[in-house]
Design a protein around this ligand. Sequence first.
Ligand SMILES: CC(C)(COP(=O)(O)OP(=O)(O)OC[C@H]1O[C@@H](n2cnc3c(N)ncnc32)[C@H](O)[C@@H]1OP(=O)(O)O)[C@@H](O)C(=O)NCCC(=O)NCCS
Length: 164
Amino acid sequence: MRFRSFMPGDAEFCFHLRNQAFIDLFREELQPEGVAAAVNAYQPADYTRMAGQGSLFIVEQKGRRAGFFYLKRIETAVAELCLIYIDPRLHGQGLGSGCIEFIDRWVSSHWKAVSTLIVDTVIPGYNAQFYQKVGFVPLQHTVCNLSGMPVKALRLSKQVLPSS
Ligand SMILES: CC(C)(COP(=O)(O)OP(=O)(O)OC[C@H]1O[C@@H](n2cnc3c(N)ncnc32)[C@H](O)[C@@H]1OP(=O)(O)O)[C@@H](O)C(=O)NCCC(=O)NCCS
């Protein structure tokens, strides 16, 4: 598994991977209007914009793109894992947990004052168990804004593990 920074040519990959998750994996948990709002929330150009505002990484496996994740520092001591998507054909092979281990290392060496990582999920039935397996704990109920539509979400947090 290899991690590299997003490049403009990755925008379509990120766009399609996230949309595929909402359409194929999350539609049982989200109402159809929630899926539509989520799909409309980001266009390919938004990934290029986000890369300039936070830290957008591409995950590669065997030389091919396998996923991406997006980190943003929202307070001096708090960063948010805004997006994390792994190719569904590669789920369950340790890539997601590998991303979290990389995030711990990267945040503790680049954003030294950050001690807490948060994530808001609108599909906790689908992925809260993953987050808890990699060290997050449920913190509070919250609301995410998807294309102007408020959607119930669960916020989880974890302490950033300093590099050893
Ligand atoms: C959630 C996601 C990132 C996990 O990535 P992954 O590569 O499949 O995760 P891993 O293989 O590293 O799994 C780590 C552990 O979590 C568990 N796990 C992973 N996904 C799970 C799920 N959906 N439900 C329950 N457990 C899950 C694994 O079984 C594994 O447990 P183990 O350590 O006991 O073996 C991936 O499934 C994904 O991209 N899902 C769609 C997008 C998504 O939900 N993104 C988050 C939006 S908020």
